[in-house]
Design a protein around this ligand. Sequence first.
Ligand code: 3PG
Length: 305
Amino acid sequence: MKVLIATEKPFAAAAVDGIRKEVEAAGHTLALLEKYTEKTQLLDAVKDADALIIRSDKADADVFNAAKNLKIVVRAGAGYDNIDLAAATAHNVVAENTPGQNSNAVAELVLGLLVYAVRNFYNGKSGSELKGKKLGILAFGNVGRNVARIAKGFGMEVYAYDAFCPKNVIEEAGVKAVDSQEALFENCDIVSLHIPATPETKQSINYALVNKLHKGGILINTARKEVINEPELIKLLGEREDLKFITDIKPEADADFAKFEGRYFTTPKKMGAQTAEANINAGIAAAKQIKAFFANGDTKFQVNK
Ligand code: 3PG
């Protein structure tokens, strides 16, 4: 079987080596398409692939139409909003993700960005500390849980809201569970977003919600840009000079946000999962899942059931 890694944002070399070892040990072959700039390159590369490993790369209907031999696509990572699941199903392709494999990397970035934010982007002026601040975690999944663990080490008071996770699971992690996302924003100095981009969450982080943050509040997004209502957040930042917005996903309206100098920061390219460890964990998990699928039809991590 031919396994193709197609990553516009490449894995660390050690991750590619690890994937290659897994794939070849099972008698499959590995092909690599990295840093591609045109969709046509992807469409060409998938033509004879039996399995596909991607990151945030878009696997849309065109990709499934072009990939005549494709049986499985694995998103090496958590969020699979980049895969057209209906198109995958229509082409009898199993779509999977690798939950949890890169979550520590994203969580570490959250705390790193927060230190940067409360120290005024290291501009030399006196800033503040995270210790004692109230941190709200929106969605207590793999990343949210890691953020909670690290934030407690900083001495932060940690709150969380998750529509699907029982309160007792949150409380057992030493985190205060609140009843709604409104309550989370109302109670906290900082809110960190860890919700997926779904029809329900898209544009859900809006003026009314973020306006509930305490004075001097920070909104930090390492999830997806689609969950932010950008025009409303821009309006709010214009009205409330005490607020900061920190993001690992460059907004559509980056130029408008950039006007809030000293209160807005975006990474140039999504950096959350950009560590060797996260790449190795997620990449090798993807390779193992593909091996198990071809060896015995294992579909444990299938997301298009
Ligand atoms: C994920 O959903 O796993 C993260 O957002 C990381 O995405 P990336 O692999 O494109 O960096």
